[in-house]
Design a protein around this ligand. Structure first.
Ligand SMILES: *[C@@H]1O[C@H](CO)[C@@H](O)[C@H](O)[C@H]1NC(C)=O
Length: 473
C-alpha cells in the first residue's frame, strides 16, 4: 500500500510537469488573487446574542475588518457579506468592488457570519447553544454593524452591500428587512427559492457538461461514473478506493459511505468550474479525453493531479460526522465551521443536493436519506429533521420566493454555475437580472480584465454603473 502511494505521487508529479503550461494558461486567465492584510484594520463591535427577545440583553463582541485606504470623508460604505464557512477578506484588496471603491472613495468592510471563527456568542456549539444561528440573527448583526459604521462616519450615509452564493442571498434579504440602512445590493450568484432536497443542481451540471463539454466529453464522464457504479455494486470497494486515492477502501455495503464518496467526486467538477469556468471545462475534457486510458482511471488521474494536497482523500461518512459532532470551539469541526454549516442547512436553509434517478451521467447514490442521516448524526437527538420542511417553507413565504420585490438590486448569474437554476431568472422593477454565459459562479467578483468575455465585461460595467449610482447622494 505504501509503495503504491509513493508510485502514485511520483507519477502524479511527472504529469504535473507536463501540464504546467496548461495550468499557467489558466492562471493567466484567472490569476491567483492576492490580498494585502497589512492595510486591514481588524476591529470589534458589540451585538446582541439574541436580537429578537427584548428581555434578553446579553451582548457579545464580534470582529470585522475594514480597509480605509481609498476612503474619502463622505464616501460610501461597501460591505461584503461573507458566506457561512468562507472567511475571506480578499475582496477588500482586489476585484470589481475594490476598484469601484477607489473611484468612489469608499470604505471597504467585511465580517464573518455569526458563530463562525471569532464571532462565537455562546460558550459552546451544542445544539442548544446554536439556537441563535439563524439568517435573521445574522442579518440583524449586519444591520447593527452598518449602524455603527454610519455613526462613526456621519457623512457616509450611502451603503452598498454585496456577496456571493449564500452570502448574496443574505445580502438581498438584509436590504429587504433594513432598506433604511442599505441603498443597494449586488447579488453575485445568489440562491433563491430554497428547497429541502434539490436535484436540479446536479442535473444542471450534467447539462453543462453535455452542452458545453460536448458528447465525447460527456461519454467519458458517464463511462467513469458507470465504472464507479459497477465497482460499488460488484463489491470492489478496495480497488475503487485505490484508484481514486482514497485513504481507506470504500465501504460499499454502507449507503451512507457510498453517498459521501460519490458526492465528493461529483463536487470536484463544480469546484473546478467555479475557478476556471469555460476554460476549466475544456481543460477537464482534455485531461480525461485520452481514449487509451479507461475513463475512471483518467478521471482519477485528473482529480489527483488537481486536488490532492495531502497524502490521500478522506470522504468517509463517519469521519465527517465525528468532525462535525464535536461541540467545543477550537476543534477542527468548529474552527472550519463545518458543524455550524450543517446546523444552518439542517435547521433553516435546506438546499441539500441530491442526484436524480433519471440522471444520465451521475449514479443515483446521493439521496435524501444521506442528508437526513447526516443532519441527525451531526446534531444529535434533540434535532428534528421534519421541522426543516416548515423552516424552508417559512423562508419562501417571508422573503417572497421568486418574487422578492426588493429594489436596487442587481443579480448576476453564471450560466455554467450548477446553482444557476436556483438563481432569480426574471427582472422586475428595481431588480435587474444579468445572466452571464460561459462562466460559472461569481466570475464577476474579479476586476475587469482584458480576458473577460464580452458578456462578462458588460455585466461588470453595468454593476459598476449601478453601484456608483447607489453611492451618490
Ligand atoms: C461498512 O458498513 C457496514 C454498514 O454500515 C458496517 O456494518 C461495517 O462495519 C462497515 N465496515 C467497515 C470496514 O467499516
Amino acid at each position: 500500500m505504501k509503495l503504491l502511494l509513493v508510485l502514485g505521487i511520483l507519477s502524479a508529479l511527472s504529469v504535473v510537469t507536463q501540464c504546467k503550461s496548461i495550468q499557467s494558461e489558466l492562471d493567466r486567465l484567472y490569476p491567483p488573487l492576492e490580498g494585502n492584510p497589512s492595510s486591514h484594520e481588524v476591529k470589534t463591535f458589540l451585538t446582541r446574542v439574541d436580537h429578537f427577545r427584548p428581555q434578553d440583553t446579553r451582548v457579545t463582541r464580534f470582529t470585522y475588518t475594514q480597509k480605509a485606504d481609498h476612503f474619502r470623508q463622505g464616501g460610501p460604505i461597501f460591505y461584503y457579506v461573507n458566506d457561512a464557512g468562507i472567511f475571506t477578506t480578499i475582496w477588500l484588496d482586489t476585484g470589481l468592488m475594490h476598484d469601484i471603491a477607489m473611484e468612489e472613495g469608499a470604505l471597504l468592510v467585511t465580517s464573518d457570519h455569526r458563530y463562525f471563527r471569532n464571532n462565537t456568542p455562546t460558550a459552546s456549539a451544542s445544539f442548544e447553544d446554536l439556537a441563535h444561528l439563524t439568517a435573521e440573527q445574522t442579518m440583524a448583526d449586519i444591520a447593527t454593524l452598518i449602524s455603527i459604521l454610519r455613526s462613526e462616519n456621519p457623512y457616509s450615509s450611502r451603503v452598498v452591500i454585496w456577496g456571493s452564493g449564500y452570502g448574496a442571498t443574505i445580502a438581498v434579504m438584509t436590504r429587504q428587512k433594513y432598506p433604511h440602512l442599505i441603498d443597494g445590493v449586488w447579488s453575485s450568484s445568489g440562491i433563491f427559492a430554497p428547497g429541502v432536497y434539490v436535484s436540479d443542481t446536479y442535473a444542471y451540471l450534467e447539462d453543462v457538461i453535455k452542452d458545453i463539454g460536448g458528447d465525447e466529453c460527456a461519454d467519458r464522464v458517464r463511462g467513469a461514473f458507470d465504472e464507479m457504479e459497477n465497482m460499488i455494486y460488484g463489491g470492489r470497494g478496495e480497488e475503487l478506493g485505490e484508484i481514486m486515492n482514497h485513504c481507506t477502501p470504500v465501504n460499499v455495503t454502507s449507503d451512507l459511505s457510498v453517498a459521501s464518496f460519490v458526492k465528493n467526486q461529483i463536487d470536484f467538477f463544480t469546484q473546478y468550474l467555479n475557478i476556471y469556468h469555460y476554460h476549466g471545462l475544456l481543460q477537464i475534457c482534455n485531461e480525461i479525453g485520452d481514449a487509451n486510458t479507461p475513463p475512471l482511471n483518467a478521471l482519477a488521474d485528473w482529480i489527483i493531479r488537481t486536488f490532492l494536497g495531502i497524502e490521500c482523500f478522506n470522504f468517509g461518512y463517519y469521519d465527517r460526522v465525528d468532525l462535525a459532532r464535536n461541540t467545543e470551539w477550537n476543534q477542527p469541526g468548529t474552527i472550519s465551521g463545518l458543524r455550524q454549516y450543517y446546523y444552518l442547512k439542517c435547521t433553516q436553509f435546506g438546499n441539500w443536493e441530491v442526484t436524480s434517478p433519471f440522471s444520465d451521467l451521475f449514479p443515483h447514490f446521493v439521496r435524501d436519506t444521506f442528508h437526513y442521516y447526516m443532519c441527525n448524526d451531526v446534531l444529535g437527538e434533540n434535532y428534528d429533521a421534519a421541522l426543516l420542511y416548515d423552516s424552508v417553507e417559512t423562508l419562501r413565504l417571508i422573503y417572497g420566493d421568486l418574487n422578492p420585490r426588493v429594489s436596487n438590486v442587481v443579480y448576476t448569474n453564471g450560466e455554467m454555475d450548477s446553482w444557476f437554476p436556483r438563481g432569480l431568472q426574471e427582472s422586475y422593477p428595481g431588480g435587474e437580472i444579468i445572466n452571464i454565459p460561459f462562466y460559472a459562479k461569481s466570475a464577476d467578483l474579479r476586476s475587469i480584465s482584458e480576458f473577460d468575455g464580452a458578456n462578462l465585461r458588460s455585466a461588470k460595467e453595468r454593476i459598476q454603473q449601478l453601484v456608483s449610482q447607489w453611492s451618490q447622494y
